[in-house]
Design a protein around this ligand. Structure first.
Ligand code: G4P
Length: 199
């Protein structure tokens, strides 16, 4: 997605070898105009999937998820994070390990908001090691809902999240795909490489 890539080049900051800081427009200060375009793009990419609900995890997934829900005209549910969950009866829960933060969180969704009639589009800000997405898929399975696809704003192809999802044959769309950070600069996957990977 050209406007997203341009924005990453303009406002993203590379930290170390593998982290992109995007707090100027995505996960601290949020650019709603950009989020609206992101929502429309996910709608274009998944419009044939009969989506009934958009699912994400707090906090940084919420902004793109809301605009995706708006584009589809469906509710958005975000999993809440807790260090531990005690009142489990009314909740679907899963454990998500964060490689970046070296912590585990329980994520939880009320059973009232997901059921077997739902076709779910998972939306998240980053795909890195894929642990957040894995936890959300676990919750969708517990609810006997069906996973219609996964929409990612920024994918880092050099980390193992994509491999993990591709193994499952899931419809995944990433709006910006970063293959490397070189000398503090972002290098995107080019069209030819994307076509090769899709074969
Ligand atoms: P995952 O997101 O694929 O599960 O991989 P990982 O365990 O590495 O990510 C842990 C957290 O770090 C996630 O946020 C993820 O969005 C974030 N993250 C991963 N790579 C980057 C990056 O390059 N830049 C930024 N800004 N964040 C990254 P989280 O713990 O769920 O926190 P929240 O920010 O959504 O509250």
């Amino acid at each position: 997605m050209k406007i997203l890539e341009d924005r990453i080049l303009r406002d993203g900051q590379v930290l170390g070898h593998d982290v992109l800081k995007v707090d100027n427009f995505l996960n601290h200060q949020v650019d709603p105009m950009l989020m609206e375009e992101i929502g429309k793009e996910f709608h274009r990419l998944f419009k044939n999937e009969k989506i009934t609900k958009v699912l994400t995890v707090e906090s940084s997934g919420i902004a793109p998820a809301i605009f995706t829900g708006l584009a589809f005209g469906v509710p958005v549910v975000f999993a809440r994070k807790h260090k531990s969950v005690t009142l489990k009866d009314e909740l679907y829960t899963s454990v998500v390990y964060s490689y970046t933060k070296k912590t585990s969180n329980h994520i939880a969704i009320s059973k009232r908001f997901l059921n077997e009639d739902d076709r779910v589009l998972v939306v998240d800000d980053f795909l890195a090691n894929g642990q957040a997405v894995k936890g959300l898929i676990d919750i969708i399975d517990q609810a006997n809902a069906s996973l219609a696809g996964i929409g990612i704003v920024i994918e880092k192809t050099f980390q193992k999240g994509r491999q993990l999802i591709d193994k499952e044959g899931i419809h995944v769309e990433s709006l910006a795909r970063i293959k490397a950070f070189e000398d503090g600069k972002v290098v995107f996957v080019n069209d030819e490489e994307a076509e090769d990977a899709a074969k």
